[in-house]
Design a protein around this ligand. Structure first.
Ligand code: ACO
Length: 435
């Protein structure tokens, strides 16, 4: 029996004198689900699961997470190994196509990334039309959608393997150019075009920070850090933005439209936007000198909407393995180079306070991927409002992999949850003069 097949094991549901039974679905790592898809037909009941705390929306062979043990694997490979040994393009290939690329496949993929790094020149007017104060996530989403309009043949050809491969490489390559152009537009500098001689990450840093007015040497330590950052963000199974991509894609909306919906979902401060919020909290602490204990008290106060961004996770109930990778990377970067940052000590101290605090311990609130990523990006010179854009560049291969998995599955259906209606019962129309 294959992982994910329904087993002869059943779960029984008893309501009054009726008994219903539903098949158990077991995953590769022995995680169990109950397939209740026929429950409404059998009994008239729908299941209620606010915020999908306990809903498996699909079977998936892309990413495995064990939130209790702090395990994260892409296609079976541990995140720690990938972050240390793989390149981001290699990881993207692994997520999308299921296996590590051969030498030949990786060379061809890198060539496609290089050849498709430019965005259409007409898009320059889009960047210029945006107000300089526009949030880069808004710009990213608008322009990624617009890019689709410049290559409409992809909408029709996405079922053909070659066209899909080209579309994927084009998206992964162009998102980095769009992000760098959005930044340059926001600071009023001319765009720096992609350089065919540079690797994926070095090219991005060069487009962000070089200019005719100053020399910019891409630092290999920062390239290594950026590569690992993008890898740890590359997928995280059915999170809010990925579920959004799948939801939108389930109506057979094209890949560009589905990705843009994912970018919008990622923007929120409870999801990808938490990295900006976490960094801003550290900056405020540094600038105002507010005692860390006061920050902790605010985070615990139920009357205060403030939360300690970068802590807590829906799935991880122990240390987020991605935060561990980033913490190690950060220590390596700051201990063995000229980089330094006063926020580092504040972050370490805040983490220690949280890990020993009863409120945080009881609720299993540990640092998540967003807690340390901001400090690493700061070392590169990337400003706080670009952090969620960086997350989106990293997450793009995961979104594409999930869209493809759903698209290739002939049994997938349009996603359409049910509800329990709690509004008024039927009532008679009231003419305007009687209201
Ligand atoms: N600071 C203070 N209290 C918190 C925090 C936090 N960061 N996170 C959770 N809590 C508290 C909640 O208030 C709640 O308390 P209660 O049981 O007394 O009501 C309890 O811990 C459980 O939290 P929920 O919000 O119910 O957990 P949920 O799984 O719905 O939310 C989430 C998870 C959104 C990540 C939450 O922990 C949070 O808001 N964290 C801060 C934002 C953040 O860092 N988001 C990034 C997540 S990683 C990612 O998306 C890439």
């Amino acid at each position: 029996m294959r992982a994910g097949d329904s087993m002869s094991e059943k779960v029984k549901l008893i309501y009054g004198s009726h008994e219903y039974s539903y098949p158990v679905v077991t995953g590769t790592e022995n995680e169990k689900g109950v397939d209740i898809s026929s429950l409404r037909k059998d009994s008239g009941f729908v299941t209620m699961d606010y915020g999908y705390l306990n809903t498996g929306s699909t079977k998936s062979s892309i990413t495995f997470i064990d939130g209790e043990k702090g395990i994260l694997r892409y296609r079976g490979y541990n995140i720690e190994d990938l972050a240390e040994k793989a390149s981001f393009p290699e990881t993207a290939w692994l997520l999308i196509y299921g296996e590590l690329p051969t030498d030949e496949q990786l060379t061809a993929f890198r060539r496609l990334l290089t050849e498709n790094a430019l965005v259409h020149e007409n898009l320059q007017s889009f960047f210029r039309a945006m107000p300089p104060s526009a949030h880069p996530m808004g710009i990213l989403c608008s322009i990624m959608n617009a890019i689709g309009l410049f290559t409409p043949r992809f909408y029709d050809d996405e079922n053909k393997a070659d066209a899909f491969g080209l579309m994927v490489a084009s998206l992964i390559s162009k998102i980095r150019t769009v992000a760098a152009f959005a930044y340059k537009a926001s600071i009023g500098e001319p765009f720096v075009y992609p350089d065919a001689e540079k690797s994926y990450c070095a090219n991005f840093l060069n487009m962000m920070f070089s200019s005719k007015a100053r020399n910019y040497e891409v630092d290999p330590l920062l390239v290594k850090a950026l590569n690992a950052l993008l890898i740890v963000h590359a997928d995280h199974e059915q999170n809010c933005s990925t579920s959004t991509v799948r939801m939108v894609g389930s109506s057979h909306a094209n890949l560009y439209a589905s990705i843009c919906a994912g970018i919008c979902a990622l923007w929120g401060p409870l999801h990808g936007g938490a990295n900006q919020a976490a960094l801003e909290t550290l900056l405020q602490i540094q600038q105002s000198g507010i005692p860390l204990r006061d920050v902790m008290e605010r985070a615990k106060d139920k009357k205060d909407s403030f939360k300690l961004s970068g802590f807590g996770h829906r799935v991880y109930k122990s240390y987020d393995p991605r935060a561990k990778v980033l913490k190690n990377l950060m220590q390596e970067l700051f201990n063995h180079s000229h980089f330094s940052d006063p926020l580092l000590d504040i972050a370490f101290e805040l983490e220690q306070l949280a890990l020993s605090d009863e409120y945080f311990k009881e609720r299993n609130l540990y640092p998540n991927v967003d807690f340390y990523s901001g400090i690493l990006y700061r070392a590169m010179g990337i400003p706080a409002n670009m952090l969620t854009v960086m997350f989106a560049i990293g997450r793009l291969p995961g979104w594409i992999a999930h869209w493809k998995e759903m698209h290739d599955d002939p049994s997938s259906k349009i996603n359409r949850p049910r509800q329990i209606y709690t509004g008024p019962a039927e009532r008679a129309w009231i003419p305007l003069n009687n209201r």
